[in-house]
Design a protein. Sequence first.
Length: 140
Amino acid sequence: MLKSLLLCFCLIMPLDAVVVSWKTLQDVKFNKKWSESEGMYVLYPEFGQSVKNLEGKEIEITGYVIPVDYNSNYYVLSAFQYSACFFCGGAGPESVMSLKFDKNSRKFKTDERLTFTGTLELNSTDILEMNYILRHAKVK
């Protein structure tokens, strides 16, 4: 009876998200490959094993929010503030991730430092999307 109750309890209780640091996400190499569609060389990621182990898992990560398009609810989470991020500073593409919300989120301010949870998706093929995508993103 006790085993049955414990099993039921475990099935209905959500598992804790894995806390991930930006340092962990640096386990990636980038290879230049020619893109016919873009007519130039593009960096494609080759994810290391520690990052591959996180794919599809519920994670928790803290960073700086960068609004890309308020109207389409498109935000990026960055390891660094806007002035030093991948878009404007010298950081690499492993220091940013797309935030994909299930429904429209509140409006976030540039450089708002927040912790998010969601499912980590790795992207190594779509050059119009970030290499890291946080699906079902929620503010913790």
